[in-house]
Structures are given as structure tokens and as C-alpha cells.
Design a binder for this molecule. Sequence first.
Ligand SMILES: C[S@@+](CC[C@H](N)C(=O)[O-])C[C@H]1O[C@@H](n2cnc3c(N)ncnc32)[C@H](O)[C@@H]1O
Ligand SMILES: [Zn+2]
Length: 289
Amino acid sequence: MYSPVVASLRCPLCHGGMSAVAAGSGAALRCASGHSFDVAKQGYVNLASPAPAYPGDSAQMVEARIRFLAAGHYRFIAQAVAGAAAALCDAGAAGLAVEAGAGTGYYLAAILDALPGFAGLALDVSKAALRRASRAHQRCGAALCDVWRELPVKDGAAQIVLSIFAPRNGDEFRRILAGDSVFIVVTPTASHLAELVGSLGLLSVDPNKDEAVATSLEDRFSRVSQQRHESVLRLSHLEVAALVGMGPSAWHIKPEEFDARIGALPEVVQVTASVDVTTYGVRSSLDCQ
Ligand SMILES: C[S@@+](CC[C@H](N)C(=O)[O-])C[C@H]1O[C@@H](n2cnc3c(N)ncnc32)[C@H](O)[C@@H]1O
Ligand SMILES: [Zn+2]
């Protein structure tokens, strides 16, 4: 695992720092007290203790996400996130960007491309997602943990935390962020995928979500900026299926029912993607190191 990432991790059992060691034919991370965590051959380390009750996105959902993101439909979101980070950090800044609920690491990779001095840590509870995230970028590492519990990251180790369509644990994000640092949140707006919400019966976005998100974070962070980013996507039926398959609606409606509803759509489906990118600072002066 990329050594600056290892240096930012802490043992989930005793909170001690971790070092990479050889373990049989593979590798492990070990703390000074001797707690040892194997690095999976796919490159991520499982630092969840206790084991999470919830497995996160399934392999099928992750495959759908990989297909959909690879087609570039959400590139405008990645550009917005990377632009927001670059606007708040000097071009030569160095540090660690942590994405909580990172999925495949698509957005984290965009940040690492924009900020060459940064290392990236992808946290997720889904093994299928982490297999992909650990390879998302050469300066990236990946760890399995439950974002709702203590994160296996040292106090103040991160200069950037990202939460993109993912759970937000404000207390832990605040703990791992350094003094002058940036927290970037991407949330869907009420217009996000609205055409599919109607025609396919997807889960709709709670219109009070933005306020709920802001309220839950404002004790620990001050809002620096918020920008809405929208794009009208033109999707084939296969792409609509991938978009549906990568989200929570995949759990609520039977696949054959979705297939029938998608089959009834026009050949090219116009769908609005609409998100708010909000940046928060731990303090009002924001220059990453
Ligand atoms: C909607 S996906 C977003 C993934 C990525 N941020 C993106 O936008 O491509 C949400 C991700 O959060 C992960 N997740 C959900 N609950 C989690 C938890 N309690 N701890 C860690 N990861 C979690 C899921 O496995 C999934 O990969
Ligand atoms: Zn330990």
C-alpha cells in the first residue's frame, strides 16, 4: 500500500500507528502492540473492528457503477469536485485526501490528478468497491471500515475529506481533518434524475435533505461555498439500467420489473443530473499546508 497512506492510518484496536510488514506470501499492516491486518491481494486492508453488520454496495452494484462512470456521464461532477479542491488548496499543496464511502474511488482519483502532492485514502464497507478503489490511482490506498464508527485514520491526518452520495459522520470527519482543511460534500438536488424517478419509480431525493445535511454539519464546520452543477444526460437503455443498478433503488424493485419499465422508455432517454457541491472549512482561513 502507498506508504503516505499507511502513515495516516491508525490501529482500530489500540489507535497506534501502523507499518507495512511482510506476512507469508502477502503483506499486512501492524501496530506497535502487534495487532495485524492482512492486506488483501486486491490491495485493500480490512480495518473494521468489530466487523460491520452491513456489507455495503454489492458486486453487481459496483459493476454497474464502474460501467456508468466509465462512460463519462458524471465527469462534470468529478471536474466540479476537483475544481473545488484545487480552488481551496495551493497547486503545490501536499497532504491526504480521504473519501468516505468512496465506492470505486472515481472522485478521489480526480482529486489526486488535480493535486499531484496529495495521497488518497478510499474508505468503504463494500469489498467489491474497495477492490476497485485500491487501483483507482497510483497514489491511492483503500481500507474497509464502517463510516458510522471510528475511522481508522489518525487525528488531523487529512487535508481534504470527501463525502459524495455517501454517509457523513461529522464527528469523525472533524477529528481526522487537520486545522486548515477542506470538507467537500456532494448531494443530489430535488431535480437529480427526476425523469427516472417518475417513469421508473426510483427513490426520490428528500427536498429537505440539503438543510438536514447542513444542520448536521454546521456545529463542526463553516460553509465556504455551494455551487449547483447540472447536466442533461442522453442515455441508452443499457446506461439507464447501469444508473439504476448502481443506486439504492436497486434494492427496492425486482430486476424484471425494472427491465420492463426501462423497455418502455424512448430509445434515447434524457435525464437531468443535478448536484450541489458544498465546501466547508474547519476554520475560516483555508490554505492546505
Ligand atoms: C452511492 S455509493 C457512492 C460511492 C462514491 N462516492 C461515488 O459516488 O461513486 C455509496 C457508497 O457508500 C458505501 N457505504 C454505505 N454505507 C457505508 C458505511 N456505513 N460505511 C462505509 N461505507 C458505506 C457503499 O458501499 C457505497 O460504495
Ligand atoms: Zn493496535
